[in-house]
Design a binder for this molecule. Structure first.
Ligand code: GTP
Ligand code: MG
Length: 436
């Protein structure tokens, strides 16, 4: 039996357990710094993340992309043969397809076809857990779908669960679908506005919380959740599955010299993230923007680790928290999974890390380097800090407690009804303190 993964209007009709072929496209221009094999594995991982049964996978080399089908004629015939032989009902193409290419491939291969963007949207559609996340994903889905509504495509739209009824007299199916999509998008935007307003109220309250916040960011499957669990004793889902985490989670973390700090686990990034989804990320990643420190967790055993790093920095920049953005949190890198590397490479990375100073090699799995990472986090939170002298009325217990939590209290004396303090504070915290 097949179950519809998405039943909302954004659904692309991919079904769990569906037998599928995953096709990689090796194009010179798109493969910079990546191995075709690792890329194909990732696409298979994405498909498996929503329960698609991958019955065949293969990368095709592309010399000159054909406008009609992207792939060459012989290649399309070959794929059709493989699909038939494996009784596949779905073809996943790990590349962006134009609506026309998608339609031609569906006809010539004889299966449904989705591209990488469609696949990622499916995953997010299935996983989004918060009201806001669901709305953002639905919006992205509709936006993607609207672009796919092309003339002469009506029969397919119906098949894939278009809105399925005609509008007024003389209105074509496509026009009706377009209008419905537009209306629905407008409604979602209004709902989102409302959710956002509510959230910023909550956030206003949280921002006054005196604890420093550290956010883990990184490519999907890099080990963020494993590290989060190790450092906080938490039990979030950490699995060898792409996009295991979609909603941010926060928990207390122990850091040397800090009464309390908060660690935030976040959704992973992936290359060629659909632009429609970046907005969805922005919403879930507001925690990241308001964090005091970002720890970029990297899978150092991955063949594409450098390309992945670029992807992550690219998305962070789109979110306005790239290393160059003004007011963005400090960033360090945690070089994870070094237990998987041979001894000599591990040694080389350790030397490099010492030289750079903003990097800590770790293994979230074995616990190697975690204490050093705690030290580094604490050091960064204290960086640029200055000692401030102040006097507060003894009755101001809230502010005094705040200073103890956020800063490093070097000296404290009570004279008459005043408390004299010497406190080391980061510039951010000093600014916060003044607005308390
Ligand atoms: N060998 C090894 N495996 C690790 C290490 N850290 C994490 N893993 C494995 O990597 C896989 C992914 O780990 P997660 O913690 O779920 O990764 P994530 O970054 O949270 O991934 P998403 O939530 O999907 O973005 C799991 O199978 C982990 O067991 C490590 O240091 N060494
Ligand atoms: Mg995770």
């Amino acid at each position: 039996m097949t179950v519809n993964i998405n039943s909302g209007p954004g659904a692309l009709d991919v079904t769990r357990g569906e037998r599928a072929l995953v096709i990689g496209v090796d194009q010179q221009s798109r493969s910079e710094g990546r191995s075709a094999g690792a890329r194909l594995d990732e696409a298979v991982g994405l498909a498996e993340a929503i329960g698609i049964d991958v019955v065949g996978q293969r990368t095709f080399r592309l010399r000159a992309p054909r406008p009609a089908t992207l792939l060459g004629k012989g290649q399309v015939e070959e794929i059709a043969g493989i699909a038939k032989g494996n009784e596949a009902g779905l073809l996943v193409v790990d590349a962006p397809l134009t609506p026309v290419q998608q339609k031609s491939l569906e006809e010539q291969v004889g299966t449904k076809v989705i591209d990488r963007t469609g696949l990622i949207l499916e995953i997010f559609g299935e996983r989004a857990a918060t009201a806001e996340g669901r709305l953002q994903v639905e919006l992205a889905h509709l936006d993607y779908q609207a672009g796919r509504l092309v003339r002469s495509w009506t029969h397919l739209e119906r098949q894939r669960g278009g809105f399925g009824f005609l509008g007024g007299p003389g209105e074509t199916q496509i026009e009706a679908d377009r209008r419905l999509i537009r209306d629905r998008m407008a409604r979602i935007r209004r709902e989102l506005e409302h959710v956002k307003r509510t959230r910023s109220l909550h956030r206003g309250r949280r921002q006054r919380a005196p604890w420093p916040v550290i956010a883990l960011v990184g490519y999907t499957n890099a080990g963020k959740s494993t590290l989060f669990n190790r450092m906080t004793g938490g039990e979030v889902l950490a699995e060898d599955m792409l996009f295991a985490t979609l909603d941010p989670t926060m928990r207390d973390v122990k850091l040397p010299g800090f009464d309390k700090a908060i660690l935030s686990d976040t959704v992973g990034f992936v290359s060629d993230l659909p632009t429609q989804l970046v907005a969805a990320f922005r919403a879930t990643l507001e925690e990241v923007a308001s964090a005091d420190l970002l720890v970029h967790v990297r899978d150092m055993a991955h063949p594409d680790r450098d390309a992945q790093r670029e992807d992550v920095l690219g998305v962070l920049a789109q979110l306005g928290v790239g290393p160059e953005d003004e007011g963005a949190p400090h960033q360090i890198e945690a070089w994870n999974k070094i237990d998987l590397l041979p001894e000599d490479e591990r040694a080389a990375l350790s030397t490099e890390a010492v030289r750079r100073g903003d990097v800590v090699p770790i293994s979230a799995l074995t616990g190697f380097g975690i204490d050093a990472l705690r030290e580094k986090m604490a050091e960064c939170l204290r960086r640029d800090s200055q000692v401030h002298e102040m006097r507060l009325p003894v009755t101001d217990g809230g502010k005094i407690a705040w200073l103890h939590a956020r800063g490093d209290v070097i000296e404290q004396q009570t004279r008459d009804s005043e408390v004299h303090l010497q406190v080391r504070l980061s510039p951010e915290n000093w600014a916060r303190f003044q607005s308390l």
